[in-house]
Design a binder for this molecule. Structure first.
Ligand SMILES: O=C(NC/C=C/[C@H]1O[C@@H](Sc2ccncc2)[C@H](O)[C@@H]1O)c1cc([N+](=O)[O-])cc(O)c1O
Ligand SMILES: [Mg+2]
Length: 214
């Protein structure tokens, strides 16, 4: 049988990017997905917003829900200070295998802990397994109907602290309406919408940034 889209994305990175150079890995994926084959990476336009929020927060411990091929893992990890870590959770073993290779190609494997499994199962294990007290930054980009339950789970597991920033992808397209309702009418969060466009298209999408207040 033929290759998969993630496998073709990895090939494009190996062909067009420079080993150990995260910026070239990001550009190679963006070029491939814009001109050859669309894929559900956060992309270059929303990626600039992700970069600016990350630079502002400068997290010591970051969490990503939904690794896919590792594009946003590379975007996040490249901006982390030394000794800071990104934990990224991926459900699909085939996607995780590609992501590990793309993260390693960027030379960021020492900053990224990729955990295979479901966020709902793994979030309650974060403290015991990884010695995490709380997260400074969370990027939500997995199944859109998991945004609310996993946010509540992070709260209940005491993994959010005053000032923790949640940044959610796709709140317009494909959309996460329940999540917007949950964080926008909630006294425990200060939310702001960053308008942009769906990766590699002119369709409207954006990121919702929510600061945990309690
Ligand atoms: O569906 C989208 N994303 C779902 C992403 C899902 C990713 O997260 C895990 S699921 C999981 C991971 C961890 N824990 C539990 C489940 C999947 O294996 C995939 O790697 C999406 C769709 C579009 N679009 O235009 O259609 C655009 C986007 O930017 C998107 O993010
Ligand atoms: Mg997305």
């Amino acid at each position: 049988t033929g290759s998969s889209r993630p496998q073709r994305m990895l090939k494009a990175v190996q062909k067009n990017a420079t080993k150990g150079d995260p910026k070239s890995v990001i550009s190679a994926i963006d070029y491939y997905c814009r001109h050859k084959e669309w894929a559900m990476n956060v992309g270059d336009d929303k990626g600039l917003i992700l970069d600016s929020v990350l630079t502002e927060v400068n997290p010591s411990t970051a969490l990503e829900l939904g690794t896919y091929c590792g594009y946003s893992s590379v975007r996040i990890a490249r901006l982390l200070s030394p000794d800071s870590k990104l934990i990224t959770i991926e459900f699909n073993p085939a996607f995780a295998a590609i992501a590990r290779q793309i993260i390693a190609y960027a030379g960021l494997q020492d900053k990224v802990i990729l955990v295979e499994g479901a966020s709902g199962d793994l979030i309650p294990k974060m403290k015991e397994r990884f010695g995490i007290k709380s997260f400074d930054f969370v990027f939500l980009d997995h199944w859109k109907d998991r945004y609310v339950p996993d946010t509540k789970l992070l709260e209940d597991c005491g993994l959010l602290k005053k000032g923790t920033v949640l940044l959610a992808d796709n709140v317009i397209c494909p959309g996460a309406p329940e999540y917007l309702k949950y964080v926008r009418n909630n006294p425990r969060y200060e939310s702001r919408y960053y308008p942009s466009n769906l990766e590699y298209t002119k369709v409207e999408d954006g990121l919702e940034k929510s600061v945990f207040l309690e």
